[in-house]
Design a protein around this ligand. Structure first.
Ligand SMILES: Nc1ncnc2c1ncn2[C@@H]1O[C@H](COP(=O)(O)OP(=O)(O)OP(=O)(O)O)[C@@H](O)[C@H]1O
Ligand SMILES: [Mg+2]
Length: 265
């Protein structure tokens, strides 16, 4: 992907480099969601949500069906207007200009996968290629299976292979903030076990901030740095992922909008 900017070398007399405004600042969140309320037709679906993700971090966004996970991702890319609150990415507010937000490096992998079924794997990838983005060979290194299948029509790929392709397509744009809606929809835990660790290494290697909506709770907590459980559009639980790995009871209670103490009483 993009090479990291060389550190400024003004001290040795050379010209200082101008920082790339879209390069994530490690001291600030790459994505910052502050107290947003967002919904449809004036009816809130998500209320008072705050979250932040730094470069290289993965936030798992969990919760039952209808909790507001997709709505949150759509708000984060600017596809939905906010009723209140703010979203900013890479130091700038996210507005409704979704193409501009995407060009700045804020990319959504939708739960519909977004692959063209009639086209081949390589044509799908070539369509997603950006001028200054990651090259195809790098993406094939992450997903060697796609290389062996590059001539196959996507409609003939398995669900897991299509998800790999969806992720590969997103990576071609060299995203800095990657939002993933149910990457593993319809996949077996084995296929998810294969995909999620790759996502962890990609996030580490390219210092990408990731928000991962995922139904496989244990697998998501296994690779995430932090987690939020939404329930009926509100944050029921927000904690470091390592704290929740051994406290599934807290996560399960939050799926019901409760705390463990509530459930015990
Ligand atoms: N286009 C829409 N118009 C009206 N209401 C909507 C629309 N999309 C979603 N909703 C409602 O907003 C709420 C949150 O939906 P959302 O899709 O964000 O949930 P989710 O957590 O992604 O659920 P799932 O796990 O089923 O994908 C739900 O009550 C849903 O019915
Ligand atoms: Mg959803």
């Amino acid at each position: 992907m993009n090479a990291h900017a060389e550190p400024s070398s003004a001290a040795d007399g050379s010209r200082p480099t101008t920082p790339d405004p879209t390069t994530p600042d490690p001291t600030n969140p790459a994505l910052s969601i502050d107290d947003i309320t967002v919904g449809y037709g004036g009816v809130p679906a998500v209320r008072g949500l705050s979250a932040s993700v730094r470069a290289g971090e993965i936030l798992a966004l969990l919760g039952p069906n209808g909790a507001g996970k997709t709505t949150t991702l759509l708000a984060a890319i600017g596809a939905l207007g906010l009723m209140s609150g703010t979203v900013s990415a890479l130091g700038d507010p996210i507005d409704r200009r979704i193409e501009r937000n995407a060009r700045r490096g804020v990319t959504l992998v939708p739960d519909t996968r977004g692959v063209f079924h009639r086209l081949s794997v390589s044509d799908n990838l070539r369509l997603a290629k950006r001028r200054n983005g990651t090259d195809l060979d790098t993406v094939y290194q992450y997903f060697p299976k796609l290389k062996t299948m590059r001539g196959r029509r996507c409609g003939n790929l398995s669900g897991g292979e299509q998800q790999m392709l969806a992720l590969a397509k997103a990576l071609l744009a060299s995203p800095k903030v990657l939002l993933i809606d149910e990457l593993s929809l319809g996949l077996s835990p084995v296929a998810v076990q294969d995909l999620l660790p790759r996502l962890r290494s990609i996030a580490d290697e390219h210092q990408m901030a990731v928000v991962l909506v995922e139904q496989h709770i244990d697998l998501a907590l296994g690779i995430a740095d932090s987690a939020i459980v939404l329930h009926h559009g509100r944050v029921a639980l927000s904690a470091p992922a390592r704290e929740l790995r051994n406290h599934r009871d807290k996560v399960e209670a939050a799926y019901f909008g409760r705390t463990v103490e509530d459930l015990a009483s």
